[in-house]
Write a protein that binds this ligand. Sequence first.
Ligand SMILES: Cc1cc2nc3c(=O)[nH]c(=O)nc-3n(C[C@H](O)[C@H](O)[C@H](O)COP(=O)(O)OP(=O)(O)OC[C@H]3O[C@@H](n4cnc5c(N)ncnc54)[C@H](O)[C@@H]3O)c2cc1C
Ligand SMILES: NC(=O)c1ccc[n+]([C@@H]2O[C@H](COP(=O)([O-])OP(=O)(O)OC[C@H]3O[C@@H](n4cnc5c(N)ncnc54)[C@H](O)[C@@H]3O)[C@@H](O)[C@H]2O)c1
Length: 629
Amino acid sequence: MTYIAGEYDIIVVGAGHAGCESALAGARLGKKTLLVTMNLDSIALMPCNPNIGGTGKGHLVRELDALGGEMGKNIDKSMIQCKMLNTAKGPAVHSLRAQADKLQYQKEMKQTLEKQENLHLKQYEVTELLVENGKATGVVVKTGAVFQAKAVILATGTYLKARIVIGDTSYDGGPNGLFGANELSGSLRELGVRLLRFKTGTPARVDKRSVDFSKMTIQEGDPQIVPFSFETEKIDIDQLPCYLTYTNEKTHQVIRDNLHRSPLFSGDIEGVGPRYCPSIEDKVVRFSDKPKHQIFIEPEGRDTYEMYVQGMSSSLPEEVQLKMLRTVEGMENVEIMRLAYAIEYDNIDPVQLKPSLEFKSVDHLFFAGQINGTSGYEEAAAQGLIAGINAVKKLEGTVPLILDRSQAYIGVLIDDIVTKGTLEPYRMMTSRAEYRLILRQDNADLRLTKIGYDIGLIGEERYQKFQIKERAVQDEIERVKKVMVKPTKELEAFFAGKNSTFSKKGFTLYELLKRPEMGYFELEKFDPDRPKLPINVIEQVEIQIKYEGYIKKQWSQVEQFKKLERRKIPENLDYEKISGLRTEARQKLSKIRPISVGHASRISGVSPADISVLLVHMENFRRREKTDE
Ligand SMILES: Cc1cc2nc3c(=O)[nH]c(=O)nc-3n(C[C@H](O)[C@H](O)[C@H](O)COP(=O)(O)OP(=O)(O)OC[C@H]3O[C@@H](n4cnc5c(N)ncnc54)[C@H](O)[C@@H]3O)c2cc1C
Ligand SMILES: NC(=O)c1ccc[n+]([C@@H]2O[C@H](COP(=O)([O-])OP(=O)(O)OC[C@H]3O[C@@H](n4cnc5c(N)ncnc54)[C@H](O)[C@@H]3O)[C@@H](O)[C@H]2O)c1
């Protein structure tokens, strides 16, 4: 029966990684928010690898934290191992990665949601979206109850019309043995939402007691854990190890012999899978010259025997999975606890969204997370936060938060999907960002805390602490510029030990720090008056001094980029009336409706010549308006 069950400012559908951030942002910014989800026991579930961060993704989490999101804090509370990846490379690509206790991660997030003022949690399947006069007004759930709202955020992940495939077996169902949501897609289609069909997969979970770890290489966490959240001071835990092993020719033979039974190759799966998280059968086919592939065996939590087999995502039949796993060193007697599977689901074509994540043709309707064609917990959470903030801004009639490509990986992610769309699940990587040297994980707070504070998600106390850090970095850089290091015998010997060119005229400490071979700590003996500073301040001082030249160069590129970003295009510009635009450019511009000239220039099919035509048209338009005034 249909009845009005409640009225809210914002309704968020789906308590995955995107929905949790959206709902927390909405409630923390003072809006009465309803978070409705299919199963309250699967809040913030990690249906694949229970890990947060990794290359590019770690950057997203730190940015999210600087803006006032929750994911960083939640993984700090629930990690069982942590590593800074890529430390042999430059700081731009250092990425934090933590293995989570899967159940604890969920428990901590659920508790945070439950304790949040203004936030209401309810378990239902949403079957219909309500729209009146081109504006989202609420949702209908399976029982017929109607929940009304001023804005709706859809964050339904991989659940829409989800289908599970294991070899020749397939059935309707969501991830991890949960139900899929079969009705909402139809309602979206009726409202004119264009849907695509993607797929993803997960490896088997195996019983720890059936694995011979003595044949594998142990992978310990870092001795000093760097927290994800800029607010977490210290993490002191007993870390659990992971293990490294490899596939071999025998494994590959089992896969090749059974490829015809893999739905990915027999054509049984129509969805498009993530290029950058390929299944093992994909890897064996696409990289056929490789004799082996890395496999990480990772714990799913502290209190479980289940281990995750990273690198072996598959949709091969059950008995082939077992045969294939048992060819791997250390897994000769392995027992599977949960089978690997592939999952197909409906998602939207994200070019239907504005950069604020609002749907272009339905006001007050936002989309966030994997439903937008992305893949990954962190990508989902980042969008969730932005959608939550922008739903609030929409209700308050203020300008949306749109981070640009020089401000944050979050900006790169959203700009990419809403401008170019995606033909396969989109995963963040450092190579997607043009201004990598500026967008480091270590300076996410310096880039974004002020924005989080202005929005209202960063409190006064945290902001003051941040300002103290910011000032300390500047003061120390200024100080080392003034410290003169005399050319003593001791300094000369130190230089010789470093193979560094010595000069009798002496140096400033700043000049020494610029040299790649010299570190801040080892120069302490030549800097007797140095103040005692926190490690995160010293880290900034070193990076900013060592990479100053490159960073300056990147800032001048950013200036060029910003010039075009600042040239805003009127929302109602009629591209049909601009003569000189090529037909493809006219169609693409009308479809994407870019917000700035810079934005327009990134649309595939819009050439530099089209941009010149657009610029001339805008200039004429501006002059005409000025004359009319
Ligand atoms: C098998 C598998 C393997 C994956 N592998 C990885 C991986 O290893 N690493 C990685 O980073 N990402 C992986 N992903 C992707 C990752 O799970 C998602 O990117 C991420 O969880 C997306 O977050 P989300 O918030 O968008 O959606 P989800 O986490 O999927 O959450 C969606 C939420 O919406 C709810 N919901 C859906 N429909 C409705 C409805 N109609 N009414 C009410 N509630 C609804 C669900 O109950 C759920 O709580 C994998 C996903 C799957 C399923
Ligand atoms: N989003 C999806 O749809 C989807 C689908 C399938 C798989 N995935 C998952 O996405 C993730 C990305 O794969 P990835 O290989 O780039 O992994 P990653 O981003 O987790 O790690 C990157 C690199 O870090 C190192 N590393 C990883 N785990 C480690 C450990 N436990 N100990 C030490 N070093 C470790 C390795 O060098 C690895 O290649 C995987 O966890 C994979 O299962 C996602």
